[in-house]
Design a protein around this ligand. Structure first.
Ligand code: SF4
Length: 697
């Protein structure tokens, strides 16, 4: 074992698990979950353990680069950091002088360290900070805001104390959050029941007491039937409902026709099974979690699916309950002060956002806006031109539909900058690559985690960068200096940390023992008879005035989804346990575990097409096609095919990932126009593909 221990934060996915790194000299000997972090038990998932492979990987950007050839041609000029930052700052200045500060767009992947990014964009004078969330969790976020007046992260999933967990749109044992997975396993070992609702039998489904193979796109029908049954049989938590739910009668009127027998026709799930399921839920209430998932950019009605999930939790009295969804404590809730915001160092721009959020779409959360609408603005110059785009650790060319159209849209830009630790299609298409040090080689700003036991946490550098790369604060503060954003021109990370901690009563010394600074000694459950919701009525609002005032119904009657035409399938996608979207596919350790994706196809449908397990197939949609192997299985609904997201890399610099598998987003023609107008999320599973057997080449 090594000479010193460094506490830091994993960066292999957005969960950000605390880690402990054993280091000798400048070499990492061992990486594990932080043993002081409750629920981790020192563990990491496969991706977290493979983070070590980033360090010596030469197939990542190793120094700053400026484009020499055409966009996407891959001809680069190596430059030093001063040149790269000078060049970027000068180009930004020119563009802002010509088109105004608002012509700059910045997107990241959200997460706990975004304060510095938001501060930087504000400092430029642009309102256009955005993130990936319109292709991820915006529907669930807006569903929470419409009901509770607060966001999805203002409740906690108290899995460890739950008596019944329902996972719909959440594949917890493959799309891993280590603490959540451990807590659920602990709960199951103590008798907690698990119900999984999915269009295929995931690894999570194999651990379930009950599995509903639901017809793709009919989740809302199932949930309406559950609400119907809960209310009709008076199985809901009546005291909680009386205290906290507003407009119950409106809900009752909506679900009146949606009986379990009616839903069976739509979903394929027998009425008796739903009735028995609802009884089980009622028995376990209020220690029930019906998890709303975090990746709900799927169907046109996903906002309503997310709302129905939260409504079921509320009817079961689970909101605010131990073993359910207790409210997350912020520092103020435990009598402490939160970290000082870097964004408060600069004033908020008054210009409207290019994506229309906050103005035309005033009901949506203006925080990160909706990135696909910013791309539309970039395309049409309406309401104004966007001429510079900084993609920070974000690859929209892999994460959003229609990558070829997006490239055409990006051609309207005068400057595209990628800040990245791995190659991506977006980085390859950019004008400047500013290489980020991998997380084991960089510090980040301090971050806070709200929850039953809120705390601050620290990411620190475990080893010095192997190549000529920099931390995010070095890059953004370096640009801030050149752009004259004085309040953000920090010279050291220590100065940033000191600023953030001012007035909190916490010092850097408090992080030494565990890498975390707790703000309370024990978990605190807010009293269930005094819950505060941030809606106008102070209650859970089944009818949201914020949405209704913008012409969007809070409750929507069910509409049956399109069935695929003969010979076509609904394209569905998801995660696996060993990769995080596109950015781990070229990691040599993870590539070894899973080098390519395959196409799940129902066995009876495959037989009709003469496809056997392991055959190569072509998946096509409107002139777009990809080739991969078929996984023929009875454990997927016959209307759907499925592939793991993130494959189909085409960059020559990624020798391992190159040419392996298929990218689902390339099979979604017209996809940038398909989104849920009520929740703002993309409707990425409203696409249909053909499948045919091809000979191996
Ligand atoms: S879930 Fe895995 S990849 Fe994600 S932060 Fe935790 S250890 Fe890292």
């Amino acid at each position: 074992m090594g000479g010193k221990q460094v506490y830091s934060i994993c960066g292999m996915c957005t969960v950000r698990c605390p880690i402990q790194v054993e280091v000798t000299g400048d070499k990492i000997d061992f990486l594990q979950g932080n043993p002081h972090a409750a629920g981790l038990e020192g563990g990491l998932c496969a991706r977290g353990s493979a983070g070590i492979a980033l360090i010596e990987d030469r197939e990542r950007p190793q120094y700053p680069m400026i484009r020499e050839g055409e966009r996407g041609e891959g001809k680069w000029r190596r430059v030093g950091w001063d040149d790269a930052l000078d060049y970027t700052a000068e180009r930004l200045k020119e563009i802002m002088a010509r088109h105004g500060s608002k012509s700059v767009l910045f997107s990241d992947r959200g997460g706990p360290f975004r304060d510095l990014h938001q501060a930087f964009v504000r400092g430029l004078g642009s309102p256009n900070y955005s993130n990936h969330d319109s292709s991820c969790a915006r529907n669930v976020m807006h569903a929470a805001q419409s009901l509770f007046g607060f966001g999805r992260k203002d409740v906690v999933y108290d899995l460890k104390n739950a008596r019944h967990v329902v996972l719909q749109t959440r594949n917890i044992f493959e799309s891993i959050n280590v603490k959540e997975a451990n807590d659920l396993m602990t709960a199951i070992s103590q008798g907690c029941k698990l119900t999984v609702i999915d269009i295929r039998a995931t690894l999570t489904a194999t651990k379930a007491d009950r599995f509903f193979l639901v017809r793709p796109g009919t989740d809302y029908a199932l949930n309406l039937a559950v609400i119907h049954e809960l209310l009709a049989q008076r199985l809901h938590d009546m005291k909680f409902t009386r205290m906290y739910i507003k407009d119950l009668k409106t809900l009752q009127a909506l679900v009146e026709p949606y009986t379990p027998a009616w839903a069976a026709e739509e979903t394929g799930i027998a009425a008796e099974r739903v009735i028995e399921f609802v009884r089980d839920l009622a028995e376990a209430k209020p220690a029930v979690i019906w998890h709303p998932g975090w990746m709900t950019a799927r169907y046109r009605d996903s906002f309503y699916v997310s709302r129905s999930i939260y409504i079921i939790n509320a009817l079961l009295g689970a909101i605010g309950s131990k073993g359910g969804l207790p409210l997350a404590n912020k520092p103020g809730d435990v009598g402490r002060k939160g970290l000082k915001k870097l964004a408060d160092l600069v004033s908020k721009p008054k210009e409207p956002r290019a994506d229309g959020v906050g103005l035309s779409y005033a009901h949506f959360d203006a925080g990160p806006g909706l990135l696909h609408l910013a791309f539309k603005a970039m395309e049409t110059e309406d309401p104004y031109p966007l001429k510079a785009y900084i993609a920070y650790r974000h690859d929209p060319l892999m994460g959003y539909p229609e990558p070829e159209r997006l490239k055409r849209i990006f051609s309207n830009l005068d400057l595209l900058v990628a800040v990245t630790f791995s190659w991506s299609d977006t980085a390859w298409f950019s004008d400047v690559v500013l290489p980020l040090s991998p997380y084991l080689e960089r510090e980040s700003i301090l971050a806070a985690k709200n929850g039953l036991k809120p705390h601050f946490f620290l990411r620190q550098r475990a080893v010095t960068p192997a190549f000529d790369t920099k931390a995010d604060w070095e890059i953004l503060c370096g640009l801030a200096k050149r752009l004259g954003i004085e309040p953000l021109a920090f010279n050291s990370i220590q100065d940033i940390w000191d600023y953030q901690l001012e007035g909190t009563g916490v010092t850097m010394k408090d992080f030494e023992a565990t890498g975390m600074a707790a703000l309370t000694d024990q978990a605190i459950y807010q009293p269930r008879d005094n819950l505060k919701f941030k809606t106008p009525s102070g209650k859970i609002e089944v009818t949201s005035t914020r949405w209704e005032n913008h012409g969007i119904p809070s409750l929507k009657p069910y509409e049956s989804p399109t069935r695929p035409e003969t010979g076509t399938f609904r394209l569905t996608f998801g995660r696996c346990a060993v990769h995080t979207q596109g950015h781990t596919v070229n990691n040599y350790l993870l590539h070894e575990l899973m080098p390519e994706n395959v196409l799940w196809i129902n066995d009876q449908e495959a037989a009709k097409l003469g496809i056997k397990d392991g055959d190569y197939v072509e998946v096509g949609s409107n002139g777009h096609a990809g080739r991969l192997k078929a996984k023929v299985t009875p454990f997927i609904h016959p209307e759907a095919v499925f592939m793991v997201h993130g494959f189909g890399h085409t960059l020559p610099v990624e020798s391992r990932a190159h040419g392996k598998g298929v990218a689902d987003n390339a099979l979604m023609p017209g996809g940038l126009e398909k989104w849920d107008p009520a929740g703002g999320g993309m409707a990425l599973q409203e696409h249909f593909v053909t499948v045919r057997k091809i000979e191996e080449v």
